[in-house]
Design a protein around this ligand. Sequence first.
Ligand SMILES: *C1O[C@H](CO)[C@@H](O)[C@H](O)[C@H]1NC(C)=O
Ligand SMILES: *[C@@H]1O[C@H](CO)[C@@H](O)[C@H](O)[C@H]1NC(C)=O
Ligand SMILES: *[C@@H]1O[C@H](CO)[C@@H](O)[C@H](O)[C@H]1NC(C)=O
Ligand SMILES: *[C@@H]1O[C@H](CO)[C@@H](O)[C@H](O)[C@H]1NC(C)=O
Length: 544
Amino acid sequence: MYLLLNFLSFLFYVRAVAISEQTSFNSQRTTTWDFSREPLVNSTGRWIFDNVNSFLKLRPNARFRNGHSIVPGVIPTGTVLYHGRGTPRLPTEPDWVSVDPEHSRLFFSVSHGEPETNGTKECWHLTLAVTNPLKVIYFDGSGAAKMLGGSMDTQDILAWGNIHPDRTYDDWARIAGLCDWAKDFGVQGFVRMEMDFEVMLCDFKTNLEVVSMLRVQPPESVWSPNSTVSDTTRVLEAGTWHDQYPSERRIKLDYSRFISFYDTSLFPSLNLHRQGQGRWAHRLGDITAEELSTLRETLNESLQGEEWGVSRSGVDWPTLLMTVEQRYSERLSVLRYILFNLATKSDRTLEDVLKQAQRHIRDMINPYLLESMHSTRSSTPYVDSATTTPDLQWASPAFAECATNHIRYLEKPSTFLGLSHSEKLLLGAIRETLTEICRVLIGMWAEGAERGLAKNSVVLSDEDELIGAGLLTLADSWRSRTQGLMNWLDWSSWAACQPACSIEEMCYMSTWPWFMGLSGVISPEEYRPFPKCIRRVEPFNDSN
Ligand SMILES: *C1O[C@H](CO)[C@@H](O)[C@H](O)[C@H]1NC(C)=O
Ligand SMILES: *[C@@H]1O[C@H](CO)[C@@H](O)[C@H](O)[C@H]1NC(C)=O
Ligand SMILES: *[C@@H]1O[C@H](CO)[C@@H](O)[C@H](O)[C@H]1NC(C)=O
Ligand SMILES: *[C@@H]1O[C@H](CO)[C@@H](O)[C@H](O)[C@H]1NC(C)=O
């Protein structure tokens, strides 16, 4: 009897656990499609979305210098890497290689701890080929920008257990600390970025072969872009090749193994410290001892197994992120242009502009507009005063479809349970991002339909001043919602050169070390760097 009771209570326990897991899974997925529900102020999904969508792209990582991810990856067989030095020797200690020779050329003068030669400057350029996939760890952001403000936080946490602004220039100790940690995991290098991507290589002898070691002609003076010196211009130019999708392709990241400091389940205290701060201010110095051991354990776990470089589930995450971003990025800019710029043209009435915006929004969300959905007010055009909030629930099927169409298959229990922790985090970030985009867009579209803007007929009659005032209020509301959504997303794809650069120029996001001296102090206008066109054809006389 006792045994039987025990068995029954065990069964009950099993069932209870199963039910609670099921409920928590379902409650995560069942959203009430409520147009008035704004995202939580403390949610981090949009940052994870843009952060992961920016991996290995130069411009976004020059913009948000403070990386928040640690990502395992591989450099495939056959990849060619470069190293510049003053002596004809293969490094015996950890040292740097670049992905573009324009970058390694800047390092001929670095003595790499070797005795100075007899005064003659020799420039030796090494080309190395990868003979077996190199396991690497990628730090996002501008991890090689040796400046105060947070760009080196993730590395310092891994190498030294905390951030170390006092050791900003202590890069030889930093690479030694990282390579020391790497030994236990078979990690051979660390990828980070300054004006281009580089690899901190722990060991030059394993999985690499020397292609050539050449004494080459010296560069002109470096570190000072001016009208005669091209070397710095050329490394910035090489960097711009990796500005956007498909990003720096020589490093293959494993999106099923990445760790994000925006993951509130792993790093809750960091999120408390971030409240009210913009992304430029996000730091890791407040990480607790407990979170630090979580980081080490999670990394240890995620670095197990051999097949780095492809996500374990087979899902192509960077392409999914790109797909979502491309659907909305340019069209949101155009919507903002219609609402702000076209509305100021004298030959356009506000009603025309709002109707055009209505059609533009409709075209963005067309795949989700069901035949069965009807505005409750479609037969009574535009009688509301702008102060009444229309009931838009009739449009919620479109909201739901728009927000989940890209991810519903991945959220099915049979697929979802096969995802890694990192992939679930990313999926949640995509859901949060899409939910807000669709809430705002479908909300505006449905409101426009309620107010008669979807109709071709004239809705505004001369005598109806109340309606005219309503249109003004509506236009203000749409402007602030469109701008608000774009601010909330803050996609780096919008940090582009506009108007586009001429053929003699390239679009350059101000980057360390050019925007500040070696003092480490950054000017207020460079705190949030912005892109600008600089010359790539002589004379290179723009100041960077
Ligand atoms: C020193 O100078 C001589 C020629 O002056 C040169 O052949 C030699 O390679 C230089 N470097 C070293 C390390 O001796
Ligand atoms: C955000 O704030 C809400 C309400 O204050 C809280 O319940 C929730 O746990 C917080 N979420 C995170 C990720 O910090
Ligand atoms: C360019 O910079 C170099 C190195 O700082 C300097 O020697 C040279 O005079 C500069 N040239 C011009 C035209 O300013
Ligand atoms: C990683 O985890 C394994 C298994 O728990 C453990 O044996 C090993 O010591 C850990 N390695 C490090 C470097 O913490």
